[in-house]
Design a protein around this ligand. Structure first.
Ligand code: UDP
Length: 390
């Protein structure tokens, strides 16, 4: 099947890493069209996935735009929409991976008469998007998409609550290749030495720096933990949130935590870093659509504490495969960190249970994701209703 994938970003966010995985089986015949040049193009090229930068004009639709601004700005997309429609004639379907890609893909699908698939990786709620942008996304998906693939039940529910059609949606979880997360403990010694964390209790946080990802919650929680608990913050501000990064540095200085918090910036060696941590913390204060880092930590056999909102509650069973805490609750987070620190055998047991459950169910394996998406696309091309094998 020949697929034209579309993604608005040039950065390596979770949506882009997931799309690179989705596109792998189609690499001989697909094209990933992106709306800006950067590291995402390089990653796709590294995986031998055909990629084309379709425009170098910045796209001006913001998460909090109002209706007039959004529609006005859509006009500036006309050349891009025309280009995508022309390219789409050589493909069987258009597969939009982000919201701006949906705007472009919907109109291009209409012009080229190619079916549209929307892979929904956002929770369409007021926490994340203006009312206008939610309405535009839902209207375009309802009107133009033949299939909406939601990356969690929470994402699907938010779409339907915002007015999205339930008959065109299916849930497909992100998938991972477990072999990429198998790290020999002996290979970690050097990394720990480089980071100076050999003799410390280390809590890892892996995410772009963004207020809703809640790195500030972890920093504050450290003040309620034993003094040998330290944190590594892995990630950069990806989408213009540099002010938040500055605030975090200030917070660390104000709390006198300079020796206990390290900012590592964006890293590609996520698996060894996670395996070097005693605990991985996920601290989003708004509902997380999926939370790739949680499954990645489980595959690395690191215990996880996560904020219980959105898709996260579908990934973690509290006190069995990790711990769930109330989003934004500093004390509760500190209590779990302290518990894991004092009871390393319990933390190891929970991490083992999580890893085993992933192995037994295969639910978050990339092979399962590929199989489900292939089935849905096959049904779409045959014109039969969307459904997945139980
Ligand atoms: N990540 C990375 N390098 C970093 C920080 C994060 O490669 O420095 C990866 C992380 O391993 C995960 C993805 O970025 O695979 C983030 O996905 P998630 O679903 O957690 O959040 P999103 O970016 O989609 O909001």
């Amino acid at each position: 099947m020949k697929i034209l994938f579309l993604d608005q970003s040039n950065k390596l966010g979770g949506a882009e890493l997931s799309l690179a995985d989705v596109a792998k089986p189609y690499r001989s015949d697909c094209l990933v069209g992106i709306f800006a040049d950067g590291p995402f193009r390089e990653l796709l090229e590294d995986h031998q996935i055909p990629v084309q930068v379709l425009t170098n004009q910045p796209i001006q639709i913001h998460r909090n735009s109002n209706f007039i601004q959004s529609i006005g700005r859509t006009g500036s997309l006309v050349p891009l929409i025309a280009k995508v429609a022309e390219i789409a004639h050589n493909y069987d379907l258009i597969y939009a991976n982000t919201q701006k890609a949906l705007v472009v893909g919907a109109l291009a699908s209409c012009l080229s008469r190619r079916p549209l698939v929307y892979h929904l990786r956002d929770i369409l709620s007021a926490d994340h998007f203006s009312r206008t942008n939610r309405r535009i996304a839902v209207m375009l998906a309802n009107r133009f998409a033949s299939l909406v693939i939601a990356n969690s039940k929470a994402t699907r529910s938010a779409f339907i609550e915002a007015g999205g059609r339930s008959d065109i949606t299916a849930v497909v979880y992100n998938g991972f290749e477990p072999e990429n997360y198998q790290i020999q403990p002996s290979s970690l010694t050097q990394l720990k030495q480089q980071l100076g964390i050999n003799d410390q209790y280390v809590v890892g946080h892996f995410s772009r720096l963004s207020p809703w990802k809640g790195q500030h919650i972890l920093i504050e929680a450290l003040t309620h933990c034993p003094s040998d608990v330290t944190a590594i913050l892995v990630g950069d501000p990806l989408f213009g949130e540099e002010d938040y990064a500055k605030q975090l540095h200030k917070q660390v200085a104000n709390l006198g935590l300079e020796k206990r918090v390290q900012f590592l910036g964006f890293r590609s060696d996520i698996a060894p870093l996670m395996a070097s941590c005693d605990l991985v913390a996920h601290t989003s204060i708004s509902p997380e659509p999926f939370g790739r880092v949680i499954i990645e930590a489980m595959l690395c056999n690191s215990p996880v504490v996560a904020a219980a909102a959105g898709g996260v509650v579908e990934l973690v069973e509290s006190a069995r495969t990790g711990w769930l805490v109330k989003p934004g609750d500093v004390r509760e987070l500190a209590d779990v960190i302290t518990l894991c620190h004092h009871k390393p055998e319990l933390a190891a047991k929970i991490a083992n249970q999580a890893q085993q459950q992933l192995q037994v169910s295969g639910r978050f394996y990339l092979s399962a994701t590929h199989q489900q998406i292939a089935q849905l696309l096959h049904q779409l091309m045959k014109g039969t209703p969307n459904s997945l094998d139980p």
